[in-house]
Design a protein around this ligand. Structure first.
Ligand code: BES
Ligand code: ZN
Length: 852
């Protein structure tokens, strides 16, 4: 790609130190104007200064150096997203101030300075807000928009007097003007990167509380939602104090604001001191939110607050090191969440939410190393993926286990202190952790950050001991690239309480001799980033153990075994029938993560084989697999029940109903009558909606639609949307798609509708047609670096035919998905894998499910 070679970095000879910016947003005509004074240090005399600017008109540019002042002439480079201010004569080296006057649009793309809307008491309201990461500060004001160009930002806004204005720091001054306007000024920010700046203007209500060290924490919501902010406030106050203790650095600002924004591209954004959230990632309704929403809100808050140190105080030098920010926050969010809610067992859930997810994406040939060169903004959005986040988090967990939690924490303290208010790279982190632990961290970790993929460890017995061979695992069974890794490995055995520890380095290593009749489980606790394949004899021993009423294997280990078995089936290294048989040995299991992974895989298979003649038998197999658990958990929450049951209830009932279990379907249809908010417990509400959409009448479907249209709680809207997309009637789905791209739907919901319908075998075809038809609109809103752009494309991976793969190739040949090429490659590889899997296992699976 020609673009890759392009040097898009700004000159190192111009350094911004201070921005004084004043904005005047107009919330009626959706435009804004601004002025700024950027203090610069020029290392050399310069005829021109180039800085970032996109979709902004610069009306005036002046450069001042001491008493000298010169006008500049502005030219733009749209591709590089820069503006160049040229002067008639070179301006001298040293300090100077660049004064700019500019104007732009409050856009509808959820990036830069944008508008968001909501209804209140039957009226429509708008707010203006910002989303700058990765490279969209330049869409709000001309700036040096690179993470290493840290500076102080001093912001003021002029807005209608009845609005609330929020920015990174505390407000210092409010001046009322005639005509119902006011100017609000904010204290200077700490030295920070441009992507962390934020401004929010709207009608807000808020609640607040101080931490024990005196930071004022505030949660801002649109009118009428204050009650839904309480849960978040409690979590935020606790998390801030937790991190201050853990990192041994005080939170440096007087305020920590959390703001709920109705239209929001990602889950949340860690702007320093003014973290913005999608409503579903911040608001908890005491009566209508379910157990998963509470957990989600908790980890999103602990994730973003971790960034206040790791990311904001110390920032990656360039986007190639993005994983430092995101992988780290995705790891440490669990530590804080676990501290606040130990009864949730968050670290166990980590395995399902992150570790397994990362293994899945990273098993593709078309994955990428954690550290990946990126240049142009359009390329950056596609690395906000499960590799940067979840694999990053997983290898940090592997490392923390290896060097010990305490050394890990001390290393982090060293790193944060040393690089405060500056930038750092991956090597800097390894250096600090090496210092704290005395272990060769860099050498171990480079294997994991510089190469894509991970090893499959194949286990067999030899006369000398157990042989462990490593090979690069490829999800579709294809040949790996010969990559090798250094692997810390723990091995659990039946007769010991503590695992044996090894460090694998070679392609094949012989470890201890373990008795041929004693089970061993490699990667005990699933702490390393690997999959394991056992010899038939070794697998048989583990299966025997699993069949016991109370197997001696830990929850993590039981989970790892079944997760890998499904992956090995997809790769053609184990038959799918044998995995379905293995799943039956888990029937007494009560672990959430175990059943969540079985469910994920079962639903994937169901969606792939829905048009196969043996699907009816497969559904029967699934019903039989889940019925005992369904009976045990039941539809109603019991006082003091096992937390895993609370988490599982909705999922298990959904699976049963989706596979046409008559009792389950009947229950859902019957209880839908009381569905009007409050009638059904929120933990099973989504399940009831899903099953009504699949099995109910047209009238009931219409009722769901009506509920969606009038609902005010975004979490409930999400449940309804998901259900609406599960209909088995193509006509309904078509209407949903038409609705998805209409102006009434929020930008973030269009991608959801498309993804849900792609994942519905009855909707896949219409969704593809709709995707092609909407391509230009998708590109307009999200192309060129939009956060959601890759998310529109990845659901295409649900297709299961070569013909569809060919159509997709054709389509993207004609319509290049600039910057998102890797996502397309991943989609095509996944479809190939689906096709091969179905073909390979058709016969055996037909026989197995006929008799199962
Ligand atoms: N820094 C990101 C937000 C972001 C993502 C900005 C992509 C620009 C592009 C934020 O810290 C984040 O990671 N948010 C997550 C939620 C988190 C709990 C994993 C998200 O938005 O999904
Ligand atoms: Zn993050």
């Amino acid at each position: 790609m020609a673009q890759k070679a392009q040097n898009v970095r700004l000159s190192k000879d111009v350094k911004p130190t201070h921005y004084k910016i004043h904005f005047t947003p107009d919330l009626d005509s959706f435009i804004f104007s601004g002025t700024e004074d950027i203090s610069l240090i020029l290392k050399k005399a310069a005829k021109s200064v180039t800085l970032h600017s996109a979709e902004i008109e610069i009306q005036k540019a002046t450069y001042t150096h001491g008493k000298m002042s010169v006008e500049g002439v502005v030219s733009y480079d749209d591709k590089a997203e820069t503006a160049t201010i040229s002067f008639a004569k070179p301006v001298p080296k040293g300090k100077g101030v660049l004064h700019l006057e500019f104007a732009g649009i409050l856009n509808d793309k959820m990036r830069g300075f944008y508008r968001s809307r909501y209804q209140h008491d039957g009226k429509e309201y708008h707010m203006a807000t910002t989303q700058f990461e990765s490279t969209d500060a330049r869409r709000a004001f001309p700036c040096f928009d690179e993470p290493a160009h840290k500076a102080v930002f001093e912001v003021a806004l002029t807005v209608p007097s009845d609005r609330t204005v929020i920015s990174n720091t505390i407000e210092t001054d409010i001046v009322e003007h005639e005509g119902g306007f006011k100017t609000v000024s904010f204290a200077p920010s700490p030295v920070m990167s441009s992507y962390l700046l934020a401004m929010i203007v709207g009608h807000f209500e808020h609640i607040e509380k101080k931490t024990k060290r005196g930071t004022l924490v505030r949660v801002f919501v649109r009118p009428g939602k204050k009650k839904q902010a309480e849960f978040a406030l409690g979590v935020a106050v606790k998390a801030l104090t937790f991190y201050e203790d853990y990192f041994a650095i005080k939170y440096p600002l007087p305020t920590a604001d959390l703001i709920a924004i109705p239209d929001f591209a990602s889950g949340a954004m860690e702007n320093w001191g003014a973290v913005t959230y999608r409503e579903t990632a911040l608001l908890v309704d005491p009566d209508h939110s379910n157990v998963h929403a509470r957990q989600r809100v908790t980890v999103v808050i602990t994730h973003e607050l971790a960034h206040q140190w790791f990311g904001n105080l110390v920032t990656m030098e360039w986007w190639t090191h993005l994983w430092l920010n995101e992988g780290f926050a995705s790891y440490i969010e669990y530590l804080a969440a676990d501290h606040i809610f130990p009864e949730w067992h968050m670290w166990t859930q980590f395995l399902f939410e992150d570790h397994a997810r990362a293994l899945r994406l990273d098993g593709l040939k078309s994955t990428h190393p954690i550290e990946v060169p990126v240049h142009h903004p359009a390329e950056i959005s596609q690395i906000f993926d499960a590799v940067s986040y979840s694999k990053g988090a997983s290898i940090l967990r592997m490392l923390a286990t290896y060097i010990g939690e305490k050394n890990f924490r001390n290393g982090l303290r060293h790193y944060l202190k040393k690089h405060s208010y500056a930038n750092a790279s991956t090597e800097d982190l390894w250096h600090s952790l090496e210092k704290a632990s005395g272990k060769k961290v860099g050498k171990l970790m480079r294997d994991w950050t510089s190469q894509g993929g991970y090893p499959l460890l194949a286990v067999s017995d030899s006369p000398k001991g157990v042989v462990v061979k490593q090979s690069h695992f490829i999800a579709n069974g294809g040949k790996g690239m010969g990559t090798k890794w250094q692997v810390p490995l723990a091995v659990m055995r039946a007769t010991k309480k503590k695992p044996d520890q090894y460090m694998l380095t070679g392609a094949s290593e012989t470890i201890k001799k373990y008795p041929a009749n004693e089970w061993i489980k490699l990667n005990a606790g699933e702490t390393s980033f690997v999959r394991v394949k056992y010899s038939p004899e070794r697998l048989a021993l583990l299966e025997q153990e699993l069949q016991k009423k109370r197997p001696a294997l830990s929850e993590e280990d039981r989970f790892g075994l079944i997760r890998d078995a499904f992956a090995l089936a997809e790769a053609g290294q184990q038959s799918t029938a044998s995995v379905l048989k293995l799943a039956k040995t888990y029937q007494n299991d009560e672990s959430y993560i175990v059943w969540a992974t079985i469910t994920e895989n079962i639903l994937r298979i169901s969606n792939m084989i829905a048009d196969q003649p043996y699907f009816g038998d497969f559904k029967r197999y699934v019903r039989e697999l889940y019925t005992p658990l369904g009976k045990k958990i039941g539809w109603t929450k019991k006082p003091k029940e096992k937390y895993d049951f609370t988490l599982l209830r909705g999922m298990v009932m959904s699976v049963l109903g989706m596979h046409d279990d008559p009792d389950t379907v009947e229950y859902a249809l019957k209880h839908f009558v009381q569905a009007k908010k409050g009638g059904i417990h929120p933990d099973i509400r989504g399940t009831v909606y899903n099953l009504v959409a699949m099995h109910g009448t047209n009238e009931q479907y219409a009722e769901l639609k009506k509920m969606f249209a009038t609902e005010d709680l975004e979490e409930e809207k999400d449940r309804l949307l998901r259900a609406l997309c599960l209909s088995r009637d193509e006509k309904h789905l078509q209407v949903q798609l038409d609705h998805a791209f209409s102006p009434e739907t929020r930008g973030q919901d269009a991608v959801k509708a498309l993804a849900f319908i792609m994942n519905n075998p009855h909707g896949r075809e219409v969704a593809w047609t709709h995707f092609k038809r909407s391509w230009h609109e998708i590109e307009r809103r999200h192309g060129q670096g939009g956060h959601l752009f890759p998310r529109f494309i990845s659901p295409l991976s649900h297709f299961t035919t070569r013909q569809k793969a060919a159509e997709i190739i054709m389509f993207f040949k004609k319509n290049p998905p600039t910057g998102t090429e890797r996502t397309v490659e991943q989609v095509l590889e996944q479809i190939e894998s689906n096709v091969a899997w179905i073909d390979r296992d058709r016969q055996e699976l037909t026989l197995y499910v006929a008799e199962a």
